[in-house]
Design a protein around this ligand. Structure first.
Ligand code: PLP
Length: 400
């Protein structure tokens, strides 16, 4: 058989999406599954957003647009960041892409060369390192630890810098840990990046999902310390419950945006014209739906933490953002049954019909990720099943 390109051997398909595929298959077989795997809001897209898309279709706004997006939407993105963070960007510093994922992919392709090192923190969202590999760069993983609340420390990141470091990617709020980088740590990283001429890429796809009053003005910190080297990737997916619409953006120096536009012009061209009108409505319209969803996620987070705290074999840090609880199940692995968190997740699905994503997907064996982007009823039922499953399979620890 004729060989595939070498790059196909360097990457593996998204493990988080594998859970979705399995859940889908089982559900089609009629199996009742509680799905804690999904990395997407369970809410509907806000009505005024969908209405804008209907209106776009009705007035035949269905043709190609400029590759980087319609001017109104690029403007709306600048305005949103000005209102939310007090930072100024021009339209020429913004490109609209098919989700945060394409924004990050364009970023990897336009910033990294073969042999460059790209630092990011782990546990991590696997796409970040896979995209670096697709750009033929080398991902360098800096471990954050559960004992330290998975904090992203500037000294750990900067210790990993070498003469070959071309970029540092920070995901905050972080999937899967829910941690936020502190403004101080980010400032130290940004200052050093400016001194050493290193790109700082921030994945802010969960920026609207922050539960407590923690300072997190990432754009302002970057503007202050390394504006010419800062690349912000954002998304409408999680904030506005718009995962399927595929709309994200990159905010970066104009020459970076121009290069990304060139790449995008030869791959996907513009984001769907209809989606762009919907995203425009999302960004310029009432932000009330975002607040309502955030409040509901917060209550779910609090309940979930309370329920799972009943079993000391399940360790976790309370997430500050995103909608995941990253649970240490190493104390619940049974001696003669499943030994890894991947086995644990598989057994949990087969026996208790609860789907979670094993920590192996995030380079963190011993953990499972629970998405609380699901109804309170599902959360209660799934937590009960999980607690019963652990009690059944780790009996020694229960009596300890
Ligand atoms: C950390 C992180 N960044 C980016 C994305 C990209 O999302 P989208 O392409 O839907 O904007 C995701 C999606 O799960 C994510 O978890």
């Amino acid at each position: 058989m004729t060989r595939l390109a070498d790059r196909t051997a360097r990457i593996s398909s998204s493990p988080t999406m594998k859970v979705t595929t399995t859940v889908d298959r089982l559900r089609r077989q009629g199996v009742d599954i509680i799905d804690f795997g999904a990395g997407e809001p369970d809410f509907g897209t806000p009505a005024h957003v969908s209405a804008a898309a209907h209106a776009a279709i009705d007035r035949d706004f269905t043709k190609y647009t400029p590759v980087a997006g319609i001017a109104e939407l690029r403007r709306a993105i600048c305005d949103r960041y000005r209102v939310d963070y007090g930072v100024e960007y021009k339209e020429s510093e913004v490109i609209v892409s098919a989700g945060g994922k394409q924004a990050l992919f364009n970023t990897a392709l336009t910033l990294f060369n073969p042999g460059d090192e790209v630092i990011t923190h782990a546990p991590y969202w696997p796409t970040l390192s896979e995209q670096a590999k697709l750009a033929e760069a080398t991902p360098v993983l800096v471990r954050t630890s559960p004992e330290d609340g998975f904090a992203i420390r500037s000294d750990a990141i900067l210790n990993a810098v070498t003469a070959r470091t071309k970029g540092i990617i920070i995901n905050s709020p972080c999937n899967p840990t829910g941690v936020l980088i502190s403004e101080d740590d980010l400032a130290i990283i940004a200052q050093e990046a400016a001194r050493r001429d290193i790109w700082v890429v921030v994945d802010l796809c969960y920026e609207k999902l922050i539960y407590d009053r923690t300072p997190h003005n990432v754009p302002a910190v970057l503007q202050r310390h390394c504006r010419d080297l800062a690349v912000i990737c954002g998304s409408a997916s999680k904030a506005y419950a718009m995962t399927g619409w595929r709309c994200g953006w990159t905010i970066a120096p104009a020459h970076v945006v121009a290069a990304q536009s060139a790449v995008q012009s030869h791959s996907t061209s513009n984001v769907s014209s209809i989606t762009q009108q919907a995203a425009l409505a999302a960004l310029t319209g009432s932000q009330e739906p975002v607040t309502l969803m955030l409040n509901e996620y917060r209550t779910r987070r609090d309940n979930l933490c309370q329920w799972l705290a009943e079993d000391p074999r399940l360790g976790f840090c309370r997430p500050a953002g995103a909608f995941y609880l990253f649970v240490d199940v190493s104390g619940a692995l049974s001696v003669d049954g499943f030994r890894t968190s991947a086995d644990f997740a598989e057994a949990l699905l087969n026996e208790a019909r609860v789907a979670v994503t094993p920590g192996e997907a995030f380079d963190a064996p011993g953990f499972i990720r629970i998405s609380y982007a699901t109804s309170m009823e599902n959360l209660r039922e799934g937590s009960t099943r999980l607690l019963e499953f652990v009690a059944k399979h780790a009996p020694q620890a229960a009596t300890a």
